[in-house]
Design a protein around this ligand. Structure first.
Ligand SMILES: O=C(O)[C@@H](O)[C@H](O)[C@H](O)CO
Ligand SMILES: [Mg+2]
Length: 402
């Protein structure tokens, strides 16, 4: 089965998405997600200029060989742009292989380990009471796992808090906006938030929180310890993870479970974190981690060390990633949880899909492939719009982690 054409489709139905479409001489087509929030066109160009010319004429069924060809053949390995481009190729080829087999993707991975995929939604509010209300709304909708974020007194804006409660879009401007940050104010606030939230929601709901890479290990250790009475499902991205051994210090001080990895691009970014059992959940998902072929390796390494998956599922991943990820989640033995932020209606229309949400769980569909397509005519009505994630400064002006 020869690849006869491949092309990149960039569209912006509410936010930017990059999609790769691969066609074969047997009439089968597959699509993959290549979206890298704020750097979309770099991936589009990497694909169009450097990968697609090599793809034409290759046998679409040779997924492993094609993966190795691009990974080793680039000479300059890893990195978010290259691994996102490679993920798109990989996802599209798995889509084609599953269609050729006439099976939903999870069957090719080894079949189902579970009937449904537990997800967590994002509850946020301008202050504690507002967030408590948002958490209770999610509970009413049937969610069994909820991430809680709130505005911090004395800070004008912060990560995870939006005016539109359902559709949070952090890439909010055509040049980066600036947020102000105070670790002291934040650390004083978060334990109060979770005391109220846990009290209001009861013991049966999983609660999660995203620190968004803003603490040092010793600060994260203190926060983890203070949050222990509220029994979090996880504390996410407590510190930046360029220094993987930094998590050791947090681990020594707290039993609050730790999750990290949404910005990782390969197994080498989490190898130490996993093998030293410094984390409990690995967040890297298909689109930024080299696709299904590479995530299978990360998941297998993780399983060996009691680490479970907790795939990134923000709206900066397209429905194509979500669809493929749900097949992966339905199969992977060491599944933990799946993040779920709802896409806008316009996005859902551009990317028709057969997965669905019901009462706190997502269900992948049964159509052959990963179950997501793209309506190219509709996509053409939403041209690319430059958009950036914010940057973050300390109160004295120092540029910090957003
Ligand atoms: O856990 C999350 O969903 C976030 O950290 C977002 O993916 C990030 O802000 C980029 O948009
Ligand atoms: Mg996050």
């Amino acid at each position: 089965m020869k690849i006869t054409s491949a092309r990149v489709i960039v569209c912006s139905p509410g936010r930017n998405f990059v999609t790769l479409k691969i066609e074969t001489d047997q009439g089968l087509t597959g699509i993959g997600d290549a979206t890298l929030n704020g750097r979309e066109l770099a991936v589009a160009s990497y694909l169009t200029e450097h990968m697609i010319p090599c793809l034409i004429g290759k046998d679409a069924s040779q997924i492993e060989d094609i993966w190795q060809f691009f990974y080793r053949g680039a000479y300059w390995r890893r990195g978010p742009v290259g691994m996102t481009a490679l993920a798109a190729v990989d996802m599209a080829l798995w889509d084609i292989k599953a269609k050729a087999a006439g099976m939903p993707l999870y069957q090719l991975l080894g079949g189902r380990s579970r009937s449904k995929v537990m997800v967590y939604g994002h509850a946020n509010g301008k202050d504690i009471d507002d967030t408590v209300e948002a958490v209770l709304r999610y509970k009413e909708q049937g969610y069994v796992a909820i991430r809680a974020q709130s505005g911090v007194p004395g800070l004008a804006s912060t990560y995870g808090v939006s005016k539109d409660k359902l559709f949070y879009e952090p890439a909010d401007a055509d040049l980066p906006t600036e947020n102000l940050w105070s670790t002291t104010k934040y650390l004083n606030h978060v334990p109060k938030l979770f005391a109220k939230v846990r009290d209001a929601v009861g013991d049966d709901i999983h609660l999660l929180h995203d620190v968004h890479h803003r603490l040092t290990p010793i600060e994260a250790a203190r926060l983890g310890k203070e949050l222990e009475p509220f029994k979090l499902f996880w504390l996410e991205d407590a510190v930046t993870a360029e220094l993987q051994e930094g998590f050791r210090l947090i681990r020594q001080h707290t039993t609050t479970p730790l999750a990290v990895g949404e910005v990782f691009s390969s197994i080498y970014d989490c190898q130490q974190l996993i093998s030293e059992q410094l984390i409990d959940y690995i967040r890297t998902t298909l689109v930024h981690g080299g696709g299904i072929t590479h995530l299978r390796r990360i998941a297998a390494l993780a399983e060996l060390y009691h680490v479970r998956t907790g795939f990134h599922g923000a709206t900066d991943l397209s429905p194509v990633t979500m669809g493929a990820a749900l097949h992966f989640d339905s199969w992977v033995p060491n599944f933990g949880i799946q993040e779920y932020m709802r896409h806008t209606e316009a996005t859902d229309e551009v990317f028709p899909h057969d997965y669905h949400f019901n009462a706190g769980f997502l269900y992948c569909g049964e159509t052959p492939g990963h179950g997501v397509t793209i309506d190219e005519k509709l996509a053409a009505k939403y041209p690319y719009q430059r958009a950036y994630l914010p940057v973050n400064r300390l109160e004295d002006g120092t540029l910090f982690n957003w």
